[in-house]
Design a protein around this ligand. Structure first.
Ligand code: COA
Length: 260
């Protein structure tokens, strides 16, 4: 697929995906939604790729949905509106459940759906001074399809405040509420991202994917209801080739084969 809205670079086990529409601060329209979703979906089955870094070209990470595009939706039928909204929801779910860990490299601004991409990803790292916000209500809109991911990350209390006011807030606050994992000076952003990537590469590839699925299954469920599942997961994983190799490598005082 020829990409018009993204730029992708492969470096060994890392895929770097850049939102590439800097003229409108990487606001996403239907084409960007399609390209990003397909790219992330296709990467699921590429064994050689083990970590994805998502960033934005130009001065900002992502200004959310393209408001020209959203505005033009008034001329579309309800069915067409539902289809487009579903495509957006599918994109956030694809980020959320990607078996490859996703590090988001956030700078400039992450607003609306841009903050939604941050929330749906695994390890967001932001430059100090980045502007965050769920600005939708100020536009008469709603942070609808991103809300499940955001509320999971920041909780209902912060969501009530930030969704209802639409206020903008800085990276330090984003760390405090759990939206991003770290806020660092902009000049340290790439080095911080690379450190996170290196740490992710020390994980067994299957174990990393399983760990993501585990969190998804156990979050917000009664312990009694997930116990059987957790028992099955560890019983399966410790006898798997990857689990065996990881434990053998530790006992033999060497690196496991995926870490070399
Ligand atoms: N949709 C469509 N176009 C957008 C956009 C969006 N979400 N965000 C920015 N743009 C466009 C601007 O209209 C402007 O276009 P122009 O050059 O034709 O005037 C261009 O991108 C640059 O924006 P500008 O505001 O001048 O850039 P900036 O670097 O000073 O500020 C932002 C960047 C992201 C902080 C600012 O553009 C902004 O607040 N955007 C709105 C984001 C938002 O509320 N998103 C939620 C959507 S639900």
């Amino acid at each position: 697929m020829k990409l018009e809205r993204l730029e992708i670079a492969f470096e060994g086990p890392v895929a770097r995906v850049w939102l590439n529409r800097p003229d409108v601060r990487n606001a996403f329209d239907g084409l960007m939604v399609t390209e990003l979703r397909k790219t992330l979906f296709d990467l699921r089955t590429v064994d050689a790729i083990r970590v994805i870094v998502l960033g934005g070209r130009g001065p900002t990470f992502c200004a959310g949905a393209d408001l020209q595009w959203m505005r033009a939706m008034a001329a579309f039928t309800r069915e067409e509106n539902l289809r487009e909204a579903q495509a957006m929801a599918d994109l956030f779910f694809t980020v959320y459940e990607s078996p490859k860990p996703i590090v988001t490299r956030v700078h400039g601004a992450a607003l609306g759906g841009g903050a939604g991409l941050v929330a749906a990803s695994d390890i967001p790292v932001a430059a100090l001074g980045t502007q965050f916000g769920f600005t939708e209500v100020r536009l008469g809109l709603l942070p609808a399809v991103i809300s499940p991911y955001v509320v999971r990350k920041i909780g209902e209390s912060a969501a009530r405040e930030l969704f209802l006011t639409g206020e903008r807030f800085e990276a330090v606050r984003a760390v405090e509420i759990g939206l991003v994992r770290a806020a660092v000076p902009e000049e340290d952003l790439d080095a911080t991202v690379e450190r996170r990537v290196a740490e992710l590469l020390s994980a067994g590839p299957r174990a990393a994917a399983e760990a993501k699925a585990l969190i998804r299954e156990v979050a917000f469920r009664r312990i009694e209801d997930v116990q059987e599942y957790t028992v099955e997961r560890i019983a399966d994983v410790r006898t798997s080739p990857e689990g065996q190799e990881g434990m053998r490598a530790f006992l033999e005082k060497r690196k496991p084969h995926w870490s070399q």
